[in-house]
Design a binder for this molecule. Sequence first.
Ligand SMILES: [Zn+2]
Length: 345
Amino acid sequence: MVDGLLQEAEKAGASDIHLHILADNAAIDFRLDGVLKRVRTLPVEEAKRWCGRLKYLAKLKTYQESLPQDGRIPKEACRTKTDIRVSCYPTVTGEKIVLRLFAPEVLRLEDLGYNSDLRTRLERFLRQPSGMLLLTGPAGSGKTTTIYACLQYLATAGGRHIITVEDPVEQIVPGITQTETNDTRGLTFAEAGKRLLRQDPQVLVIGEIRDPDTANLVARASLTGHLVISTLHAGSCVGVLDRMLEMSNDQYALTSGLSLIVNQRLLRRLCGKCQGTGCGECFNTGYHGRVPVAEWMALEEVQREALRRGNLATLKPGCTLATAAREAVASGLSNQAEAERVIGL
Ligand SMILES: [Zn+2]
């Protein structure tokens, strides 16, 4: 039954499964297109056996219910297309297990759903010999999906040595060198980043910039003939500049190397079959899949000069989130309710 649940979630395209033991029963939710949907409730005793089975598959301590545990179920163990990451967490009513399902295949850049303006900008960036692309947006806004599509594009073009440091590696891309951070063994983004420069790379992907060391490292790498892609927590394109200026002490490298900033959100896409009224295909949600809306800022010499002078107020994005969301609603890809839910429009 547990294997069946995992396969059912995969078939539905869920990104996560939540199994929570509550006071009187237990609930199972799928995260579909970013939103939780209750799919089942079951008796507590039965749910406990399901938890045990999940922990066994992930090689965790099955008797441990009062401390958090993290693990991974290999795809062979539950006959799914990809591995599943497992997080067990104690709550006052009982255990809560959250399973993360990784996307089964890498999307192509042209299948991400960006408008042609941004797609052209991205492709132009990826053909450059050096420079830096920074992606921002809240968790679950598609940054990782975009990075994998970029990696696929670069690997297909060939001819360059591509190295990634990720937390965690979610998909294997043939033809590139991928490494996972390991905080307990001291392999942080900053440490791995420093070491990987000796591996003679031309393209670096650093999962996230969290500290000044990493910020300096990516800025310098982008100035010394490397193409760099990374992500950062910030609310807007200008917010990314603010944070990078705050963290990096090599402002010359930063202002010279940065090429493109993308700040994105995902709106749920109206179900193609029922156009939003709800059908079996979309679990009666009215939505199926998602469409990215993005604010982006390309940095040319004019913008670099303003940045060097610290004159951030004159820097305007090429497209704002509001404009991108209005376009998505007007073209019938999504609707006003989604624009309001996701970006408060
Ligand atoms: Zn539908």
